[in-house]
Design a protein around this ligand. Structure first.
Ligand code: ZN
Length: 437
């Protein structure tokens, strides 16, 4: 009998398949990056065996929106009005510090944090995406990377035209990469004019790549677009022909009933960043209404400057509780739904049904959680625990594309101390430039 690459034995397996199949004690066999067997007691021999006794085995979490390198600005500005947060602190710091080196160090810090809290895939929009891509390769994490397209100069490119050229070259380079997917990322309708939005859409069509954009995050941006165009953001994007199944729209906090219907009609995906929206006081996205309309939603953390961590366990907890509170309805979003938004549904946002659930043939992106802790005892309902009790630090082992990336909370692929040391060194310089507000 031929030997498999990896065998995970004796775990409590949550498959998150269509039937929510649970194996109280089961084995998963992995071969060539894919799940090849799930059974109560596998007879398959494997080169590597992980004993998952006392652990929960589930699909890796998927973060559908972040700005990874902004971890270096974590805690630089909090508890401020959005315009001051943005224009007096974050923009000036980015202008001064964002460089290829900043992005390498910040992305490494972000990916370290994401892996340690069970995230195996993320969709990033930032600058110098080629630098982020190389860090992703070093760690072995799966990523969707979009270079932010704006009308004005960015830290990486002098113009939107230059950014589009950067994106073309990036897409060409990473087209066949097993872990990196290029994304076309016009930043937002208020930072990209009509012409640049159309060019971005044309490029996404030409290269058959996902589109990702911030949409309707704040009431102010919606009011400004109405003044300029007479239209609300989603209607404006529909008129331009940007709404399509490959578009994932980030935030979608301020939507009309008509816009919710438009998103559903065009199969646009939504990336929901509940904690960021709460912290920046942007408002509450109509998640229950979007779900009722049939819109596919994934959770995102947004950048660490507005969250302030990248832990999707926190996002699951918040999305379930916040919408119960808003709706005065404990059934508004239940634990299974919240978990789906970080796994199966998030995979659909990324147009990758082979992620987000443990099914034979799916990619082996798997996490293990230690159940032998006070806050996870007793265990009656694993879905409840994952959403309402667990945290990222419960994740013990992370497997991405069939490769063990973290074992017993120790990174295999990367020197963790080096990542933290470099981040702290750069933070000394950034700290000296923080404005006194
Ligand atoms: Zn964002």
């Amino acid at each position: 009998m031929s030997q498999a690459d990896l065998l995970i034995k004796n775990g409590l397996i949550l498959t998150l398949d269509d039937n929510f199949t649970v194996l109280p004690q089961g084995d998963i066999v992995i071969n060539q990056g894919q799940i090849s067997e799930i059974s109560a007691a596998s007879q398959t021999k494997a080169a590597q065996i992980i004993d998952a006794s006392g652990q929960l085995v589930m699909p890796g979490l998927i973060n559908t929106h972040t700005h990874a390198a902004m971890t270096l600005l974590r805690g630089a500005a909090d508890d401020l009005p959005l315009d001051i947060w943005w224009h007096k602190v974050i923009f000036p710091l980015e202008k001064k510090f964002v460089s290829p080196e900043f992005v390498r160090i910040g992305a490494a810090l972000a990916i370290l944090e994401m892996i340690k809290s069970g995230t195996t895939s993320f969709l990033d929009m930032y600058f110098f995406s080629a630098e982020t891509a190389e860090i992703c390769r070093q760690f072995g994490i799966r990523a969707w990377l979009g270079e932010a397209i704006m009308d004005f100069p960015t830290p990486s490119c002098k113009s939107a035209e230059e950014t589009l050229n950067y994106v073309r070259a990036f897409a060409n380079h990473y087209r066949a990469d097993p872990l990196i997917t290029p994304v076309i990322a016009p930043h937002a309708p208020y930072t990209c004019n009509r012409e640049n939005l159309l060019k971005a859409k044309a490029l996404a069509d030409q290269l058959n790549l996902p589109l990702n954009m911030h949409v309707a995050e704040t009431a102010e941006e919606v009011a400004n677009l109405r003044l300029q165009t007479g239209l609300t953001p989603v209607v404006y994007l529909e008129k331009l022909g940007l709404l399509c199944r490959r578009l994932s729209a980030v935030h979608c906090v301020h939507l009309t009933t008509e816009e919710i219907k438009l998103l559903a009609h065009h199969q646009v995906k939504v990336c929901h960043c509940g904690e960021s929206n709460m912290k920046l006081a942007s408002g509450n996205a109509p998640i229950v209404e979007l779900l009722q309309a049939g819109v596919t939603i994934g959770l995102g953390t947004d950048g660490a400057a507005s969250n302030n961590n990248l832990d999707l366990f926190d996002e699951m907890d918040v999305v379930a509780k916040l919408h119960k509170a808003i709706k005065h309805d404990p059934l508004a979003i239940n634990a299974k739904t919240a978990l789906g938004l970080a796994t199966t549904q998030a995979a659909k946002v990324l147009l990758r049904p082979d992620l987000g659930s443990l099914i034979i043939g799916n990619k082996a992106d798997i996490i293990l959680l230690n159940l032998n802790t006070a806050h996870l005892t007793p265990l009656y309902n694993p879905y409840s625990h994952l959403v309402y009790s667990a945290g990222g630090s419960d994740v013990s082992t992370v497997i991405i594309n069939g490769k063990v990336i973290m074992k017993d909370r120790r990174l295999i692929t990367i020197d963790e101390t080096e990542v933290l040391t470099k981040a702290r060194e750069l933070a000394v310089k950034i700290g000296q430039s923080l404005p006194r507000l």
